[in-house]
Design a protein around this ligand. Structure first.
Ligand SMILES: *Cc1c(COP(=O)(O)O)cnc(C)c1O
Length: 367
């Protein structure tokens, strides 16, 4: 049996670490899922065992996020990137306009796809300062009255910024890419018409994307789309129109059942805040060596991004980190430097070790 101590401290941005408990459960159940004598990958997605799993995964999403009954939970494929297209394909066209908050590279990609399907308006952009901030107040936004939806990215994985409050859109449904911070804390879903999240950051392995869609938004979806690209198809068929990514849904179930066992979103928020504080304190304690990329008011609790004084020091820092089994810390090429992704499944102890290493590395430089 592999213990947590034998695994490395994994700070990859995605795919990312999963709870050991969820992986061990998969290991135990791999050869014989629910007494079937088969693995979950080897049984029909119409079998009663698979359908029970599918229901459990959906109800864990509902329960953890406290979804009202007018929301549908879907497990789709094509990643968050296909949602960039499916959202406007289903909701734009004619004289409808969608507002986009351009807070990072993923938001830019979402906007690029929307432009293919209808009218868009950039209601906010932070590109001029390389996405080091997110809006703090609604008067920073230029929302279109009567827009069809307002699209936002709740957490900007690459730049390490996060929206800590959602804009008041006067009833216009919010559509959110929550790929890298879904379920990091409890929040009120009612202003959201549609939420999507690739599973590989906070929910499980790649290959599944969670989509949550509200009834009134579903009603407005365009007809006559390619069957697989219409939300109606997937709602009408309970995500079982075609073969779903069964192993991915199984792992997502394991991860969510772990999350529930830990105390749900309120408890995970407490831990996430503690983890983020350790790293931001380490950055702020050594301003000559570490420069955080995000403005303090926009800092992410999921992806912490910072640069060192020069590239040589960055290399030395990353090398020393590897030697301590602190893995996956190289920053994304559009920001450079370092990035520590500290999703729900990253243990407080791993983050503490990283913070201690940051302090000791800084100590060595001043000698
Ligand atoms: C990772 C990520 C994506 C891309 O997800 P894919 O599943 O690879 O398409 C999109 N948006 C955000 C915010 C992400 O973090």
């Amino acid at each position: 049996m592999i213990t947590q101590q034998q695994r490395v401290h994994n700070f990859y941005a995605g795919p990312a670490t999963m709870p050991l408990e969820a992986l061990e459960r998969a290991q135990r159940e791999l050869l014989d899922f629910e007494g079937t004598g088969m693995s979950v990958m080897e049984i029909s997605h119409r079998s009663k065992e698979y359908l029970a799993l599918h229901e459990e995964a959906k109800s864990l999403v509902r329960e953890l996020m406290q979804l009202p009954s007018n929301y549908h939970v879907l497990f789709l494929q094509g990643g968050a990137s296909l949602q960039f297209s499916m959202v406007p394909m289903n909701l734009l066209g004619g004289d409808r306009t969608a507002d986009y908050l351009v807070t990072g590279d993923w938001a830019k990609k979402a906007l690029k796809e929307a432009k293919l399907f209808g009218k868009t308006h950039v209601a906010y952009t932070a590109e001029a300062t390389n996405f080091d901030r997110v809006p703090q107040a609604d008067d920073e936004l230029t929302l279109t009255p009567g827009a069809t939806y307002v699209h936002l990215t709740s957490n900007n994985t690459i730049h390490g910024t996060q929206l800590h409050r959602f804009p008041d859109t006067q009833g216009v449904p919010l559509v959110a890419d929550m790929s890298s911070d879904i379920m990091w804390r409890p929040f009120d879903v009612t202003p959201f018409g549609l939420i999507y999240a690739g599973a590989q950051k906070n929910l499980g392995p790649s290959g599944v994307v969670l989509v949550i869609i509200r009834d009134d938004v579903l009603e407005r979806c365009n007809e006559g789309l390619a069957t697989m690209l219409g939300y109606r198809t997937h709602v009408q068929n309970d995500s079982l129109y075609n073969t779903p990514p069964t192993f991915g849904v199984y792992m997502l179930r394991n991860v969510l059942s772990w999350l529930k066992g830990q105390g749900g979103l309120a408890e995970i928020e407490r831990r996430n805040l503690a983890k983020a504080k350790l790293l931001y304190d380490a950055i702020d304690a050594h301003p000559d060596l570490y420069q955080g990329h995000a403005r303090p008011d926009s800092r992410s609790t999921m992806n912490v991004t910072w640069r060192l004084a020069n590239e040589e020091l960055e290399k030395a820092f990353l090398k020393g980190a590897e030697e301590r089994d602190l893995v996956g810390l190289k920053g994304h090429r559009s920001v450079g430097g370092c990035r520590a992704s500290i999703y729900n499944a990253v243990a407080l102890d791993s983050v503490r070790l990283l913070a201690e290493y940051m302090d000791s590395f800084a100590g060595q430089q001043t000698k």
